[in-house]
Design a protein around this ligand. Structure first.
Ligand code: PLP
Length: 356
């Protein structure tokens, strides 16, 4: 079976096997990872190793903190404005799709003014909005950018211009699937459940000067508190951090992020090349804005799309249904999807096209 779900998504086979073998007893203790205390030396080692592996893989500079939260990307839609929009109470946003717009809604909900600099909603988000204005930190606390738009299938391979305004990146769906320079951001966040592990833990990488005590915000979203407590202000999601740690080791074994991105480019090109040649299926995204991790496509006939999804599932190509707001099909090709899975999908689509 190949699982093309948009998230939670497939995990690398060797990681699943390791979890299975270690589940009854971790490191000979007779206790499962599901049962050990987050205050134990063993878990200290697990969380510290995971942090170091993130630092190594992303070349995180020393003046950035790596934090582990719960609450997903959605939790960070609140945490980021609560912690960072404290000067001007005004942020800028590029409306590149559903999740960018949700982030704007949550900031607005918390009393922050949100200036949408550009939107491609009128183009059905089939290309990316760009910021053409010169932005100034005397006006905005930060600019929110969704690096990869999971539902619409676009990605910023080059970051938008942002003047001297701090850039905040929602990397939820291409975290460590594509290389970015951490230094270009003031803050990066994303749940791990697409490219890096099971649902339950959210990684935040934040520059030191942006972390300051803020009054009257929930402790569970408080960056300064989480820095002080090494992400263990309360009980962290122990299993999710452990499993993410195993995926990080696997990423290192694959050759690190440069190699992973090269593979992800190869995987997505295989599918895009087929779709561009196909007379039945179309991907409508502007070529330079296409995502490496989420590929939406359609026959432009809802009934036929559903037939494809069903027939694919019958052959073990699972979860190809597009998001309800877009319809059609979507193949998510996250880090753990092997190129053999993409080849199997292309072969299936090709055969379906021949028969129809
Ligand atoms: N941002 C992006 C780009 C997403 O794709 C998602 C979920 O798919 C979210 C935010 C919300 O994340 P979560 O479900 O972890 O709260």
């Amino acid at each position: 079976v190949y699982n093309f779900a948009a998230g939670p998504a497939t995990l690398p086979d060797p990681v699943i096997k390791q979890i299975q073998s270690e589940l009854p007893s971790l490191q000979g203790t007779g206790m499962s990872i599901l049962e050990i205390s987050h205050r134990s030396a063993m878990f200290d080692d697990i969380i510290n190793t995971a942090e170091q592996d993130i630092r190594d893989l992303m070349h995180v500079p020393d003046n950035y903190h790596v934090l582990f939260f719960q609450g997903g990307g959605t939790g960070q839609f609140a945490a980021v404005p609560l912690n960072l929009a404290t000067n001007h109470h005004r942020i800028a946003l590029l409306d590149s799709g559903h999740w960018a717009s949700r982030a704007g809604d949550e900031a607005t909900n918390l009393g922050v003014s949100v200036d949408t600099l550009a939107s491609t909603k009128a183009d059905h988000y089939q290309k990316l909005p760009q910021s053409n204005q010169s932005l100034s930190s005397s006006e905005y606390d930060y600019l929110h950018v969704t690096t990869n738009n999971t539902i619409e299938g676009t990605a910023y391979h080059t970051l938008p211009t942002h003047g001297d305004v701090t850039l905040v990146g929602d990397l939820s769906s291409n975290f460590m699937a594509e290389e970015y320079n951490v230094k270009d951001f003031g803050l990066i966040f994303g749940g791990v459940q697409k490219n890096l592990g099971p649902a339950g833990v959210t990684i935040v990488i934040v520059r030191d000067d942006l972390v300051k005590p803020v009054a009257h915000i929930p402790s569970i979203l408080n960056y300064s508190l989480f820095v002080k407590k090494n992400s263990m202000f309360n009980t962290p999601p122990v299993f999710a951090i452990y499993a993410t740690g195993l995926v990080l080791k696997w990423l290192k074994q694959q050759g690190g992020l440069a190699e992973i991105e090269r593979l992800n480019r190869k995987k997505s090109a295989l599918l895009y090349d087929y779709l561009d040649d196909s007379k039945l299926f179309t991907n409508y995204i502007k070529k330079s804005d296409r995502s490496l991790t989420n590929v939406p496509f359609t026959t432009d006939n809802a009934d036929l799309d559903n037939q494809v999804i069903q027939a694919a599932a019958d052959t073990g190509l699972m979860n190809l249904k597009g998001h309800r707001s877009v319809g059609g099909l979507r193949a998510s090709l996250y880090n753990a999807m092997p190129i053999e899975g993409v080849q199997a999908l292309v072969d299936f689509l090709h055969n379906f096209e021949q028969k129809n």
